[in-house]
Design a protein around this ligand. Structure first.
Ligand SMILES: *Cc1c(COP(=O)(O)O)cnc(C)c1O
Length: 396
C-alpha cells in the first residue's frame, strides 16, 4: 500500500521544494545563546531565537534543573491527575499566577496544548469566539475543536472587532481572543480598546502572551502591564519556551473557576504527560528571579531601542514595533532570502520571511533582540546589515 502514498508524498515534497518553501533545519552544536556555533564550525550571532531574556543558557536555571534531577527525579510517567503532580508543579502554578496577578494557573506540555485545550471545555454551540485574524496557529486549531460559533476580525482592527461583537450579541457567552504581540510585525494588540469593547458588549477577554510575557511592560508582566489592566483579563495563555527559559511547557492562567474546570475537562491536560521536574524547578527559579529584579527587561528594552534607532538612521524601513521583534521590510521574497544568506556569511543569523508566512509583497527579515546581546553584538549586526543592505541596493 505504501507505494501509492509514497509516490504522492514525493510529489508533494517536490512541489514544496519547487515553490521555495522547503524548511531546512540548521544544526547548532552549542547551547542557545547570543553567540552560537553551527555544525560547520562557524560561530554566528543569533538574532532569530525567542530567547528574549537570554535565559536559555542561564547558569541559575541550569543549576535549578540539575538540583531537581537529584531531588525529584527525571520523569513523571503519569498525567497530572493520576500520579503526576509534585510539590514543584503546584509551586510553579502559584508563581505564574502571582506574576500575572491572576487567581490560578494550569500547566500544559506546551502553549500549543494550552490553546488547544481551552475552548472546547468552556464554549459550546450557543457561544461565540471572536478571534484576531493573525492569531497563532494553536489558537486557530483550539477554536476548531470547539462547537462555538466563530467570528474573525482583521488584525488589531477595533472597528471590525466591534462589528463582530455586534453580530455575536445573540450568543450566550462571547470571548475575544488575541495574541498579545503578533510574531511577524511585533505589533501589540490594543488591549485597552479590546477591554473597553469587551465591557460594552459583554464579552470575556483572552490573550496569548507567548511573545509578550517577560518582554512587554516595564517589568515584563506582559500586555496587561503595558496597558495597565492587570487582573482584568479573564484568560492568559503563555509559554515557558520563549522568554521564560526556552525549554518547554505552557500554561493557562486566569479566573479561578475557569482554571478549575480546565483541570476537569481540558483534554491536553487530562491525556498528556506531566512536565518533568527539572523543567518545572527551573521555571520556579526563573519566576523567583523575575520577582526580584527587572534588570533583564531593562537591558532588553535598551537593546531594542538601540537597534531600532540605528537601523532606522541607516535608512532601513522598520515596521512599528512595541516588542523585541523588529521587522526589516524588504517587500521582495528573493531579496529577503539573499539578504539573510549574505548576513549569515557576515556572522549574523537572521531569517527572511515571505508569502505565505507573511502577506504577498510583505517579505522581510525578522530580527529578534535579546537581553543576551551586548552592545558589541548589536553594533556588529547593524554594521553587517548596512554593508549587505548597500550591496543589495536596499539602502543607499
Ligand atoms: C510560540 C507560540 C505558541 C506555542 O508555544 P509552545 O509552548 O512552543 O507550544 C503559542 N502561541 C503563540 C502566540 C506563540 O508565539
Amino acid at each position: 500500500m505504501y507505494g501509492k502514498l509514497q509516490e504522492f508524498l514525493q510529489q508533494e515534497l517536490a512541489a514544496i521544494r519547487e515553490a521555495g518553501l522547503y524548511k531546512n533545519e540548521r544544526i547548532i552544536v552549542s547551547p542557545q545563546n547570543a553567540e552560537i556555533e553551527l555544525e560547520s564550525g562557524q560561530k554566528v550571532l543569533n538574532f532569530c531565537a525567542n530567547n528574549y531574556l537570554g535565559l536559555s543558557d542561564h547558569p541559575a536555571l541550569v543549576q535549578a534543573a540539575k538540583d531537581a534531577l537529584d531531588s525529584h527525579g527525571f520523569g513523571m510517567s503519569s498525567v497530572r491527575f493520576i500520579c503526576g503532580t509534585q510539590d514543584l508543579h503546584k509551586t510553579l502554578e502559584r508563581k505564574i499566577a502571582e506574576f500575572f496577578g491572576t487567581d490560578d494557573t494550569i500547566l500544559y506540555a506546551a502553549a500549543f496544548d494550552a490553546n488547544g485545550g481551552i475552548f472546547e471545555p468552556l464554549f459550546g454551540e450557543e457561544d461565540a469566539i471572536i478571534s484576531d485574524a493573525l492569531n497563532h496557529a494553536s489558537i486557530i486549531d483550539g477554536v476548531r475543536l470547539s462547537k462555538a460559533k466563530r467570528y474573525r476580525y482583521a488584525n488589531a482592527d477595533m472597528d471590525d472587532l466591534e462589528a463582530q461583537l455586534i453580530a455575536a450579541q445573540e450568543q450566550r457567552f462571547r470571548i475575544i481572543v488575541t495574541d498579545g504581540v503578533f510574531s511577524m510585525d511585533g505589533n501589540v494588540a490594543p488591549m485597552d480598546k479590546i477591554n473597553e469593547l469587551a465591557h460594552k458588549y459583554n464579552a470575556l477577554v483572552m490573550v496569548d502572551e507567548c511573545h509578550s510575557a517577560g518582554v512587554v511592560g516595564e517589568t515584563g508582566r506582559g500586555v496587561t502591564e503595558l496597558f495597565n489592566i492587570r487582573g482584568q483579563v479573564d484568560v492568559i495563555t503563555g509559554t515557558l519556551g520563549k522568554a521564560f527559559g526556552g525549554a518547554i511547557g505552557g500554561f493557562t492562567t486566569g479566573r479561578k473557576e475557569i482554571i478549575e474546570l480546565l483541570r476537569q475537562r481540558s483534554r491536553p491536560y487530562l491525556f498528556s504527560n506531566s512536565l518533568p521536574p527539572a523543567v518545572v524547578n527551573a521555571g520556579i527559579k526563573m519566576f523567583d528571579m523575575m520577582s526580584q529584579t527587572s534588570e533583564l527587561q531593562d537591558k532588553l528594552h535598551r537593546n531594542t531601542e538601540y537597534f531600532l534607532e540605528r537601523m532606522t538612521a541607516a535608512g532601513f524601513d522598520i515596521k512599528p514595533t512595541k516588542s523585541a521583534i523588529c521587522a526589516v521590510m524588504l517587500y521582495d521574497a528573493k531579496l529577503s532570502q539573499e539578504m539573510a544568506a549574505q548576513l549569515l556569511n557576515e556572522g549574523i543569523y537572521v531569517i527572511g520571511f515571505y508569502y505565505p508566512v507573511v502577506p504577498k509583497g510583505q517579505a522581510r527579515i525578522r530580527v529578534q533582540l535579546s537581553a543576551a546581546h551586548e552592545t558589541t553584538h548589536l553594533d556588529k549586526a547593524i554594521a553587517a546589515f548596512t554593508k549587505v543592505g548597500r550591496a543589495l541596493g536596499v539602502i543607499s
